[in-house]
Design a protein around this ligand. Structure first.
Ligand code: UDP
Ligand code: MG
Length: 336
């Protein structure tokens, strides 16, 4: 058995130990939550309320992504009234991993991923289900506008997605949310991917399937604060770039060739000038600038290489993307 299949078997057995009783259900909701004590209870209530109207059976899976506040207690308290499956991760593994933990444990014929902060309007569920009935396997929400965001963030986002899409096999829409309805086939495809550095927005597009978008008006966060500051977004952006594009690696070949050709031309020019007009000694500033410039360019290219190598390194180690500490099934009490 090779290392990869051993790792995925280990991963599966870790999950398998905690998997609750499998029963079919129409719709699973996967709700990643990290320090959402202000919102989680109301989110669950609203999801339950809408789901009951729309489908005959559903399950709600809350993934507690290592919260350090009262999220877990609040969730369990609501669980006394509303049947829930709570997956407690052993620490904060990040939203992408929390979503995966939920998807891998969901049993529904379709799965909805949504945030725990009440920003996304649940009313669109009905439209999403209608599109599913028309044969769409993925129905995702897109932001109708980004008026609430700062100019800098909008600029950053648009440049990022342009660069990302330069190399992506399947276009990754800039305004797509994680909030989406996915058919079982799509969820199985996502779960079958072996990579652990995950950029979900890219993977959703990569797996393909018949896809439809619905525009939503994003509400303001009800409580707590956004977990994605500049650093968080930058980290996610780097994961996205390194897992979906290779042009940042290749571009250095072009830059290298250009510099080499320019240098040869410059050398020829100096030779010509020396032969015609004799030696001229000054040239200190040209030399210094050239050394610094080339040093900088080389360091940048090594940095880019390092970024990719780092990802290869974490993949090769084969550690699971997340570790489940507990699965609590509030219908049947604690499973552990
Ligand atoms: N989240 C998570 N783990 C993290 C960060 C965020 O599970 O490490 C969850 C968070 O609780 C919320 C969702 O991901 O349900 C979206 O996070 P947030 O609202 O902070 O992002 P924003 O809407 O500002 O992009
Ligand atoms: Mg939010």
């Amino acid at each position: 058995m090779n290392d990869l299949s051993r790792a995925s078997e280990l991963n599966a057995s870790i999950r398998g130990n905690f998997r609750g009783p499998v029963r079919a259900t129409d719709l699973s909701f996967v709700v990643p939550a990290f320090n959402e004590e202000a919102n989680i209870a109301e989110s669950i209530r609203r999801i339950h309320h809408h789901a009951r109207r729309l489908v005959s059976s559903h399950e709600i899976i809350v993934v507690d992504d290592g919260s350090t506040d009262g999220t877990l207690e609040k969730t369990r308290a609501v669980g006394a009234q509303i049947p829930l499956r709570v997956i407690r991760l052993s620490r904060n593994f990040g939203k992408e991993q929390a979503i995966m933990a939920g998807l891998e444990n969901a049993v529904g014929a379709a799965v909805v991923v949504m945030d725990a902060d009440l920003q996304e309007p649940l009313q669109v569920l009905e439209t999403m289900l209608a599109h599913r009935a028309e044969g769409f396997e993925v129905v995702f929400a897109t932001r109708a506008h980004r008026k609430d965001e700062s100019f800098a963030k909008r600029l950053f986002t648009s440049v990022f997605y342009k660069l990302l899409n330069l190399g992506a096999e399947a276009p990754i829409p800039a305004d797509a949310r994680d909030f989406r309805l996915m058919d079982r086939r799509v969820v199985d495809a996502l779960c079958a991917l072996p990579e652990r550095n995950r950029f979900m927005k890219g993977l959703y597009g990569w797996v393909g399937f018949r896809t439809k978008s619905v525009p939503i008006e994003l509400k303001r966060r009800q409580g707590g604060k956004s977990k994605f500051g500049f650093r968080g977004l930058l980290r996610l952006g780097l994961t996205g770039m390194t897992s979906f594009t290779t042009w940042p690696l290749r571009v250095w070949t072009g830059i290298g060739f250009s510099i080499a050709i320019l240098s040869i031309l410059y050398g020829l020019w100096i030779m010509f000038r020396t032969l015609m007009f004799g030696v001229d000694v000054p040239g200190w500033s040209t030399l210094t600038v050239a050394i610094f410039l080339l040093g900088g360019v080389q360091l940048i290219s090594i940095g880019v290489l390092g970024e990719y190598l780092g990802r290869v390194f974490t993949e090769v180690k084969g550690r699971p993307g997340y570790i489940i500490a507990d699965v609590i099934n509030t219908e049947e009490g604690c499973l552990r």
